[in-house]
Design a protein around this ligand. Structure first.
Ligand code: KIV
Length: 274
């Protein structure tokens, strides 16, 4: 199936219209099987640059590349029929200015079939967001803790406490006015997330924010218990697939060493049964 043959996928405008209604459901995905699992349950699926950490074992999302995002975007597109796909613009692919951002976004959309791109930044990205949206690129913005800026933020800290709340509110308003169809709020205090949700006309998608946001997103490897290097407070584990997988692998290894696998039901007779 081609990456773009997903006629039932909602459009960014439909996601925008969900503001204030039933909460928008989203998870990240990086592979076809994961995308298939979540297609019927999510409104949109994010091919996040978190792929660099959870699938490639890298230290931060700063190391994600265009090639990585395209490869995983293509894989996810093959597993989606009804959920919209959003792909992250990786660090270094858009910050120079609107033209660079447009070239990168157009390439991501063309080569993966993504319905929209996500980029990090508030007021300082408003000009770029306006440039992209005027040229046919639907943009989801991402403010608060912006992991691509971890080296200047000084770590993965809660954002928007105290005086910083004003700046974060201005960021949300700026991206909404620039034409973003939704905004991710990452790791911000609950009351501020609620205030921003009430203040902006576009849906807020919370991650470590508030149940009062217009939607939620989590990294799928975190909520399935597959990524165990660290666990932020905002992650709820809905399964322990990492532990279950390791137990299964240990059982297989023990059976191979004891010659209990393969069993009679897994091997072939000389003659086909008549
Ligand atoms: O890359 C990512 O996974 C994200 C989060 C919002 C989930 O940007």
């Amino acid at each position: 199936m081609s990456a773009t043959a997903r006629p039932k996928a909602p459009m960014p405008d439909q996601i925008r219209a969900m503001k204030g209604g039933t909460p928008i459901v989203s998870l990240t995905a990086y592979t076809t099987p994961m995308a298939r699992m979540m297609d019927a349950h999510c409104d949109f699926v994010l091919v996040g640059d978190s792929v660099a950490m959870v699938q490639h074992g890298l230290d931060s999302t700063v190391q994600a590349t265009m090639e990585m995002m395209i490869l995983h975007g293509q894989a996810v597109a093959r597993g989606l029929h009804s959920a919209m796909m959003v792909v992250d613009l990786p660090f270094g692919a858009y910050e120079e200015g609107p033209q660079q951002a447009f070239r990168s976004a157009a390439r991501l959309m063309r080569e993966t079939g993504a319905g929209a791109i996500k980029l990090e930044g508030g007021v300082h990205m408003a000009e770029t967001i306006a440039f992209l949206t005027r040229r046919g690129v639907p943009v989801m913005a991402h403010i608060g803790l912006t992991p691509q800026a971890v080296n200047t933020l000084g770590g993965y800290k809660v954002q928007g406490r105290g005086e910083d709340a004003r700046q974060l509110t201005a960021d949300a308003q700026a991206v909404a006015e620039a034409g973003a169809f939704a905004v991710v709020l990452e790791k911000v205090p609950e009351t501020l997330a609620n205030a921003i949700t009430a203040a902006v006309a576009i849906p807020t998608i919370g991650i470590g924010a508030s149940a009062g946001c217009d939607g939620q997103v989590l990294v799928v490897d975190d909520m399935l218990g597959l990524f165990t290097a660290f666990r932020p407070k905002f992650v709820k584990r809905y399964a322990a697939l990492g532990e279950a997988g390791e137990a299964a692998i240990a059982a297989y290894a023990a059976e191979v060493r004891a010659r209990r696998f393969p069993g009679p039901e897994h091997v072939f007779a000389d003659e086909a049964p008549s």
